[in-house]
Design a protein around this ligand. Structure first.
Ligand code: ASP
Ligand code: MG
Length: 419
C-alpha cells in the first residue's frame, strides 16, 4: 500500500460550472496528497461525440458539424463561466476539436470512433486542471494515453498491465500534489487512442489504484452511495452500506450504472477499498466496497437498460445452432462493438439483447444474414433483478409485453416491448 489516493469524478460531477466548482472544493477539502484525480467527460459529452462520429460515418456532414459545434460551445461556456478561458486553455481545447476533424487518416471506424469519443475526457481534464490551478492548488495534467497501455482492440481495449504499471510509476515519480488525468482512454502499441468501453472511467480509476497501490479510491457520485436500483427509475430503493467485492462485480456485470463491470477486480487484487461518496453531501457515509462477507442490507437489486435491440439469429436449414456457430455470432457482435446483455437459446434460434447502435447493429445484421437468418426488434427495455423475491418477481413480469424471460436462483431478467 502506498500513500496515493484516487478520486474519480464522473460526467455528472463536472456537468456544469457549479458542479465543476464543487469538484475543486472536494479536492481541496477531502484530498490527501499525492492525489490522482481521474475525470470523465462533462455531462453527456461522450454521447454527443458518439453522434458526431456516427453522423460523419453515415455521410451526414451537416448533422456532424452541428454536433461538434454544440460540443465546442458547451466547453467554451464551461471554461468562460468559471473565468478560466485564457489563451492557453483556448488553444488546448481548439487542438482537441481540430483533431475531431482529422480522423479520416485512421483506417477503420473503430479507431476513428475512439479518436473522437476520447476528446471529451481530454477536454474535461484540461478544464479541471485549470480550475484547480486557479484555486491555487498544486495541480498537473497527465495524458492517460502516455501511461495507460492497451492492445489495439478499439472501443474495448484490454490493458497491458506491465507497461501501464511501469509507465504510471515513472510518470508519477515526482508528483504534483494533485495530478489530473482522464478516465476511459489509453493507447495502443502504435500510440493511437483506444477506449476501455463506455462508462470505462471507473475502470481507469481502478487500474490506476492497482498500479499505484492506492489505499483508497473515492468515486464521487450524484447519489448517496450505491443503491439497490436507479432511484430515477425504481421508486423504493435503499442505500447499500457494505458490498462484498464479488457482489459488486455481479451488480456491475448486469449493468448497475453505478460502476463499470471491470472496476472491482483490480481493486480486490490491490486491496484498495472503494468508497462511493455523494458530491452533494460529502460528509454522508456513502457505500464501501471491500472484503466483506455479505451484502448489507440484504435486499433485491434492480437494474434497467432502455434502448435494447432483440436480435434473433436462426439457422437457414433447420440445423441446430451449434457452439461453433454461436461463437461466430458472438465474435461478430464483439467485432462490431455490440454488448450482449442477455441471451436465450432454443433448438433453431438464439435471441440476444444488445445495445442499439445506428452503425453497429446494421453491420452485424448484414454479416449475420449471410450464414444465418437474423432479425432485429428495436426500442426494447431490459430489466434485471439480483436476488429476486416473490414480490420483485411479480413486479418484473408485469412490466410490459414480454420478449424474453431469464431466471435462475440468483437473478431474473426480462426484455419487454413498450406497452
Ligand atoms: N465518458 C465515457 C462514457 O460516457 C466514460 C465514462 O463516463 O466513464 O462512456
Ligand atoms: Mg461519461
Amino acid at each position: 500500500m502506498s500513500n496515493w489516493s484516487i478520486f474519480k469524478f464522473g460526467g455528472a460531477s463536472v456537468k456544469d460550472p457549479e458542479a465543476l466548482h464543487n469538484a475543486v472544493r472536494l479536492v481541496r477539502a477531502y484530498g490527501t496528497h499525492p492525489l490522482l484525480v481521474v475525470v470523465s467527460a462533462m455531462g453527456k459529452t461522450t454521447n454527443a461525440l458518439e453522434r458526431y462520429i456516427q453522423a460523419r460515418e453515415l455521410g451526414d456532414t451537416t448533422g456532424a458539424a452541428a454536433e461538434l459545434a454544440a460540443v465546442k460551445a458547451f466547453h467554451d461556456h464551461m471554461a468562460r463561466d468559471l473565468g478560466l478561458l485564457d489563451a492557453d486553455l483556448q488553444a488546448e481545447l481548439d487542438d482537441l476539436w481540430a483533431a475531431a476533424e482529422r480522423v479520416d487518416s485512421l483506417q477503420a471506424y473503430n479507431p476513428r470512433y475512439d479518436a473522437v469519443v476520447s476528446l471529451g475526457e481530454l477536454a474535461s481534464s484540461r478544464i479541471l486542471t485549470a480550475a484547480l490551478k486557479a484555486d491555487s492548488q498544486d495541480a498537473a495534467w497527465l495524458d492517460a494515453r502516455q501511461v495507460l497501455a492497451t492492445d489495439a482492440v478499439y472501443r474495448r481495449a484490454t490493458v497491458d498491465w506491465e507497461q501501464t504499471s511501469a509507465r504510471t510509476i515513472a510518470a508519477l515519480a515526482q508528483p504534483a500534489a494533485v495530478t489530473v488525468t482522464q478516465g476511459f482512454i489509453g493507447s495502443a502499441p502504435d500510440g493511437t487512442t483506444t477506449t476501455l468501453g463506455r462508462e470505462g472511467s471507473d475502470y481507469s480509476a481502478a487500474i490506476f489504484s492497482n498500479v499505484l497501490k492506492a489505499s483508497s479510491l473515492s468515486i464521487w457520485k450524484d447519489v448517496p452511495g450505491m443503491l439497490s436500483g436507479d432511484p430515477k427509475v425504481f421508486p423504493s430503493v435503499v442505500r447499500l452500506e457494505q458490498v462484498p467485492y464479488r457482489e459488486a462485480i455481479e451488480l456491475a456485470f448486469y449493468g448497475a450504472s453505478i460502476i463499470h463491470p471491470k472496476t472491482i477486480q483490480p481493486l480486490e487484487q490491490g486491496g484498495t477499498t472503494l468508497r462511493i461518496r455523494s458530491f452533494i453531501d460529502p460528509e454522508a457515509p456513502g457505500t464501501e466496497v471491500g472484503p466483506f462477507a455479505a451484502l448489507t442490507p440484504e435486499v433485491p437489486c434492480w437494474i434497467r437498460h432502455e434502448g435494447q435491440v432483440l436480435i434473433e439469429v436462426s439457422s437457414r436449414d433447420l440445423s441446430f445452432l451449434s457452439e461453433g456457430h454461436l461463437s461466430e455470432v458472438y465474435r461478430i457482435f464483439a467485432e462490431e462493438g455490440l454488448l450482449v446483455r442477455a441471451a436465450q437459446h432454443t433448438a433453431l434460434s438464439t435471441r440476444f439483447a444488445v445495445n442499439d447502435d445506428r452503425v453497429a447493429v446494421p453491420r452485424a445484421l448484414e454479416r449475420l444474414n449471410g450464414p444465418y437468418r437474423a432479425t432485429a426488434e428495436h426500442g426494447l427495455r431490459l430489466t434485471t433483478v439480483r436476488r429476486p423475491d416473490a414480490e420483485s418477481l411479480a413486479t418484473l413480469l408485469a412490466g410490459g409485453p414480454l420478449r424474453m424471460v431469464l431466471r435462475n436462483h440468483e437473478v431474473a431478467q426480462v426484455l419487454t416491448a413498450p406497452n
